[in-house]
Design a protein around this ligand. Structure first.
Ligand code: ARG
Length: 274
């Protein structure tokens, strides 16, 4: 079924330059501190992503990078914002702890009145995905299962808890992407990242989902951002392009190879301000 005319809606994103990006520690299986990072290339790849959003008519806000926080480029982890209400983050690893306050301060100084600092560990949009009426929520590696009821209470939206079981897909956004957030139906995901029970939950709620193959998941193809029509994703995830087109989306492949050395790609670099 080719769905013609998917409609993009204008978005507002928060991003943080990789000016101080480094891989000096390893908190996920993709990070190898012995592998050099080409910093100017990382910056160029990131600017390309930012400029693509702007060329598509979206607004990109920038958070000031902190030299002491080499993972700060992965801005998706700093909060979850729905209808202008901000659920702050609490990071699992001490190396990233201070990022939460940097995000909270940005929101407080940019007109957000409702900024909640959580009690339980949650890594923002790394583990929370927003559909029209639900929050899909990952747990197992980073976000605490206790962060799920906390988010449900804060947003008043049902939280669907999903168990991540493969350390290579340590955040929900490495294994699942929402394609059309005007409905509760349209996502893509890699089943192998989830427990058997969570695979069954996903199959029940999203019977028409685009199912990704392992090699596209391994290329971080699910770490994608959709505006309802354009889907920005790593260019190496070639197997996803045609299935996306068949559903009426316009895939846009990007090279974020240097940032992949930190275990992140398009989505990890992008927090949506809803
Ligand atoms: N190096 C970062 C970490 O392990 C990468 C975070 C990627 N972000 C994401 N939204 N998946 O925490």
């Amino acid at each position: 079924m080719r769905t013609s005319q998917r409609r993009a809606t204008p978005r507002r994103y928060l991003m943080c330059s990789p000016a101080h990006f480094k891989v000096t520690y390893s908190i996920n299986p993709w990070m190898d501190p012995t592998k050099p990072v080409d910093l100017p290339l990382a910056v160029a790849q990131w600017e390309d992503l930012r400029d693509r959003y702007r060329a598509l008519g979206h607004t990109v806000e920038e958070l000031t990078p902190d030299p002491a926080l080499p993972d700060m480029v992965f801005a998706a982890n700093g909060a979850v914002v729905v209808e202008g209400r901000v659920l702050g983050a609490r990071f699992a690893h001490p190396e990233r702890t201070a990022e939460a306050a940097a995000h909270a301060t940005w929101f407080r100084t940019h007109g957000y009145a409702d900024v909640y600092e959580p009690e339980h560990i949650n890594e923002g949009e790394g583990d929370f995905a927003v559909t029209a009426s639900w929050l899909l929520a990952g747990r197992g590696f980073r976000s605490s299962p206790l962060s799920h009821p906390e988010a449900q209470e804060f947003f008043g939206r049902p939280v669907i808890g999903l168990d991540l079981v493969n350390p290579r897909y340590y955040h929900l956004d490495t294994a699942l992407a929402v394609l059309d957030d005007s409905t509760d139906g349209d996502i893509m995901y890699y089943p192998g990242a989830f427990s058997t029970g969570s695979q069954a939950v996903l199959a029940r709620l999203f019977p028409d989902a685009l199912i990704a193959a392992e090699k596209d998941a391994a290329a971080f193809g699910l770490n994608a951002v959709s505006d309802g029509r354009h889907v920005l994703l790593p260019q190496e995830a070639v197997g996803l392009f045609e299935p996306l087109r068949e559903r009426g989306y316009e895939p846009i492949g990007l090279d974020l190879g240097e940032l992949l050395k930190g275990g992140g790609s398009v989505k990890c670099c992008t927090q949506e301000l809803r």
